[in-house]
Design a protein around this ligand. Structure first.
Ligand SMILES: Nc1nc2c(ncn2[C@@H]2O[C@H](COP(=O)(O)OP(=O)(O)OP(=O)(O)O)[C@@H](O)[C@H]2O)c(=O)[nH]1
Ligand SMILES: [Mg+2]
Length: 300
């Protein structure tokens, strides 16, 4: 089994070859004037999805570098500085109340598999931790089945109702259960487009139900975002943040994209921290986000 560092590096290969190799080639090229180099660098940074403002500012700094090592050092420095404060640790409550994780996002972003990965990670740290999964994706019958398979494998309790039931009702039951057994409660919700106001209202209703039943909001309201979405991801994050006041983002599928810079776009646009990142489908392919580790894996 390779280490997380190796898998992260492997997962960021596309982003690295697009951005870092591209920057190196431009600096090596040398023949162009500073202005032309700066424009080409800006395009590279935009293609990596670092966001328009950061692209302009970082390109201006990189264009002054005369060697590959200087450019890499400047890029590393820019990214680490800009990502300061972007990490968020997902800690469990210590007051005996269950820690409630509400997972939201568009269709297929990785919500359900992220629950399995996070739950497995928490279990590895605390072997006797109680886990409850709430199948609040009542939209498709197959969704509860998928969660049931994970609950079975991870020895988690599953709270579900019939297909088509009100997701908030599932959450209502699940909180009652989780308050009896403690530990962590993961609420799996249906994929929804951020532009569908009825579905976003449904999500708000779920969160209101948590308030009513638990006497507080979900401890973590996480947007699971597919990194291959690119700049649309920023718009998704804005809408989900408006709806449920996100505490963090889980960025999945970084392995499938050269747009690893989206990490920065979202942070600079919304200041919602990045909790976890995923670089593959395996259970060990997801880890807490650490800015310096991420930048190191991207650049060197
Ligand atoms: N390559 C890759 N695939 C991933 C990653 N995370 C999740 N996936 C895959 O993405 C697919 C969709 O994952 P799900 O967890 O079912 O997504 P979901 O958000 O629950 O989907 P819906 O419930 O339909 O909205 C699965 O095949 C996952 O294995 C990742 O980091 N990298
Ligand atoms: Mg799902």
């Amino acid at each position: 089994m390779s280490s997380w560092r190796d898998r992260l590096r492997g997962g960021l290969a596309k982003s690295r070859s697009g951005l870092v190799e591209g920057v190196a080639a431009l600096i090596r090229g040398g023949a162009r004037g500073e202005e032309e180099t700066r424009e080409a660098l800006e395009e590279l940074l935009l293609a990596a999805d670092v966001g328009p403002v950061a692209a302009t500012e970082i390109a201006a700094r990189l264009a002054r570098a005369s060697q590959r090592s200087d450019a890499e050092e400047a890029l590393r420095d820019e990214l680490v500085t800009r990502l300061d404060g972007c990490e968020r640790a997902l800690d469990l409550r210590t007051d005996g109340e269950p820690t409630i994780f509400l997972m939201a996002g568009v269709n297929g972003s990785g919500k359900t598999t992220t629950i399995a990965k996070l739950a497995a990670h928490l279990r590895a740290e605390e072997a006797d931790l109680s886990l409850t999964f709430a199948a609040a994706d009542t939209f498709r019958a197959a969704a509860a089945e998928q969660l049931a398979v994970w609950a079975d494998r991870l020895d988690a309790d599953l709270v579900r109702q019939r297909p088509g039931a009100d997701p908030a009702a599932v959450v209502f039951d699940a909180i009652a259960h989780a308050r009896r057994v403690g530990g962590a409660l993961f609420v799996d919700t249906a994929g929804r487009l951020q532009t569908r106001s009825d579905l976003m209202e449904e999500l708000r209703k779920i969160e209101r139900t948590v308030h009513k039943r638990a006497g507080r909001g979900s401890d973590e309201r996480l947007l699971v975002l597919d990194a291959t979405t690119g700049q649309n991801g920023v718009r998704q994050a804005e809408r989900f943040h408006e709806a449920i006041d996100l505490t963090g983002i889980v960025l999945t599928k970084l392995d499938g994209t050269s747009k690893g810079g989206v990490v920065l776009s979202i942070w600079e646009a919304l200041r919602v921290p990045l909790a976890w990142i995923g670089v593959g489908e395996g259970m060990d392919d997801m880890h807490p986000f650490r800015a310096t580790e991420f930048v190191e894996a991207l650049i060197s």
